[in-house]
Design a protein around this ligand. Structure first.
Ligand code: NAD
Ligand code: ZN
Length: 367
């Protein structure tokens, strides 16, 4: 087996992220963070048939006294609900889960957010181990402790900060991931380079083909480096009171596109989250140029990289700039005296900028 890459997330609730192909079959690795006698594996109907039995078998082989149950939801964002959250708690009750029980999230960000929130609430908080199976979950949602479910009124409205006990990312699980989901995850990987490190963008340019071909080494390196950037900012700002908001680079525009399309990405006829973020990052880079903060060469280069990764970089036809602007005003990332954006001074050097004038934003949306 290849070497296991390890990233530590420092803080009051420190934990480690382990990354390597084959970890879902490594009982010792999976069982190590478990303390008590009970574990509930939460998964979805796409992931469970592929990996649930394997995880169950690895765990019980390593820890025969463990009592393991599973709770499987249909897949998709529309399942990240209070109703599924309630069912998950009932599954914990049925298992007889005590305070030292562990919730194991086996799946993408939907499962991770739901399972993490159930772990945050069961008996006022038990351990959650994240076994992310999408690239997005490996580089983003499984790390940092944000958990939530959606309400009809909006996404992620009910949740908690509840850091995982451990994150274990088996890169081999990415082999079964639909192509479009892989590309969406790559958008978030590019985001880290855009915010924090221009040399990572250069590395991504060099590795684009290997990443698209799902080369284990390239993926593991991309995940480890992405988690490293996220770990650093999360350790500094665990509750997103300050510069953790930089992780929203491309997201103010991206969310406006997603909401304006009615989250059609989940049904296939609109942009999904990663795709919307790809467009949003190009718009944020262009806005930085329009405001005189940065030159245009870095924005052009970012656009070319995203295109190579098969991601969209222009606003979908038919979306009205004024409507997008109105969406951004409603976004929780806006503040009282104007729109707040994550912009950059150059590739790899992002900053939070408040009070951005509507005209500048409209200018970029209409380009
Ligand atoms: P997802 O969980 O819906 O997974 C995408 C699709 O891939 C699903 O159909 C799933 O069943 C399938 N799938 C997952 N792993 C697979 C595999 N290995 N092989 C085959 N199919 C597989 O979506 P996602 O993109 O992973 O996560 C999106 C969610 O993450 C959103 O709800 C978002 O709000 C949340 N999120 C949370 C944070 C955070 O900090 N908590 C950060 C970013 C995103
Ligand atoms: Zn995102």
């Amino acid at each position: 087996m290849s070497a296991v890459r390890k990233v530590e997330v420092a803080g009051d609730n420190s934990y480690s992220i382990e990354i390597a192909p084959g970890l879902l079959d490594d009982g010792a690795c999976l069982a190590k963070p478990l303390r008590g006698r009970h574990a509930l594996i939460v998964s979805d109907r796409n992931v469970a048939p592929l990996y649930l039995e394997r995880v169950h078998a690895s765990l019980t082989a390593a820890k025969p006294q463990l009592s393991v149950a599973s709770f499987v939801i249909p897949s998709g964002e529309h399942e990240k609900t209070l109703a599924r959250f309630g069912e998950c708690l009932h599954a914990l009750a049925e298992l007889g889960a005590t305070r030292d029980a562990t919730v194991i999230a086996l799946g993408g960000g939907v499962v991770g957010d739901l399972a993490g929130f159930a772990a945050a609430c069961w008996m006022r908080g038990i351990d959650c181990v994240q076994l992310p199976t999408t690239l997005l979950a490996m580089v983003d949602s499984s790390v940092g402790g944000k958990t939530a479910v959606d309400l009809p009124a909006g996404k992620n409205l009910v949740g908690a900060f509840h850091p995982p006990r451990a994150v274990i990312a088996d890169t081999a699980a990415l082999r079964t991931l639909p192509e479009r989901e892989l590309r969406a995850g790559l958008a978030e990987v590019v985001k880290y380079g855009a915010i924090f490190d221009a040399s990572f963008l250069v590395w991504l340019e060099q590795q684009a083909d290997a990443l698209l071909a799902r080369d284990d080494e390239a993926l593991a390196e991309a995940i480890a480096r992405s988690c490293g950037y996220k770990a650093e900012v999360v350790a500094r700002d665990p509750f997103e009171r300050g510069d953790r908001a930089m992780l929203n680079f491309g997201h103010t525009f991206g969310h406006a596109i997603e909401t304006e399309q009615g989250y059609a990405g989940t049904t296939g006829d609109g942009l999904n989250h990663g795709e919307a973020v790809a467009v949003g990052m190009v718009l944020a880079a262009r806005l930085s140029t329009a405001l005189g903060r940065a030159g245009s060469a870095d924005a052009d280069r970012l656009q070319r990289l995203l295109e190579r990764l098969g991601l969209p970089t222009a606003i979908p036809a038919g979306l009205d700039p004024q409507a997008l602007l109105a969406r951004m005003r409603l976004d929780k990332k806006a503040d009282a005296d104007g729109l707040r954006f994550i912009l950059w001074d150059a590739a790899g050097a992002a900053r939070i900028v408040s009070g951005v004038a509507d005209e500048a934003v409209l200018g970029v949306l209409a380009q």
